[in-house]
Design a protein around this ligand. Sequence first.
Ligand code: 6PG
Length: 245
Amino acid sequence: GGATTVVVHPDAATLAEAAAARLVVALLDAQAARGEAALVLTGGSVAAHVYGALARHRARTAVDWSRVDLWWGDERFLPAGHPDRNETQARAALLDGLPLDPGRVHAMPASDGPDGEDPEAAAARYAAALAAAGGGRLPRFDVVLLGIGPDAHVASVFPDHPLDAGLTVSAVRDSPKPPPTRITLTLPTLNTADEVWLIVAGREKAGAVGLARSGASAAKAPAGAVHGRVRTRWLLDRDAAAELR
Ligand code: 6PG
């Protein structure tokens, strides 16, 4: 992986504003270089605050949103429009207010989609969509956004919950965090990104941040095993950084 930087903000609100500002700049830089940008979204409450901050950020209009591809790092396998879907939350907090190209908004399949209640088939469908966009390989991801759980999970890669690393996208059954059935990009897929940003707030995450940064194994702390090829950024509030050494 590339370089790792850790930035600690005084509180969660400042973290969200700073991450949103950073995201605008990252998208602008990618579009300046290539004319387009690709972002991988996450679920979770911290991300929702970042999306809200981005929706209000004045410089958001500098981005050509019609040339941004949006992918998801993971999804709760629920019917389309379900309030607990990461897609639903991202649409409400941010996407509905942006001039996106609907053809570039790559939501993960829902449990009432073409694969019905079969999460493995749905994961394979998303893997095929990624391969189609990447001309047979994974597409380029400029930034992967991730939250982490108090157990140091990222996306829906949970501790001691091994996934087939030969897959680019995996179904998850018996997730320790509800709902139990999910779809997730696997660690090798997340690690193809140029940049991985772990955005974490709150005292209840401090142990997980400390564990992930202490060199714990990928099985014990998946959050410590995600790395951007160019850069990994830990964007924290002071509470989440409390157990960093
Ligand atoms: C999900 C998320 C998950 C989340 C973390 C942090 O589907 O639940 O994608 O990986 O990002 O659990 O969530 P919070 O920010 O709500 O703590």
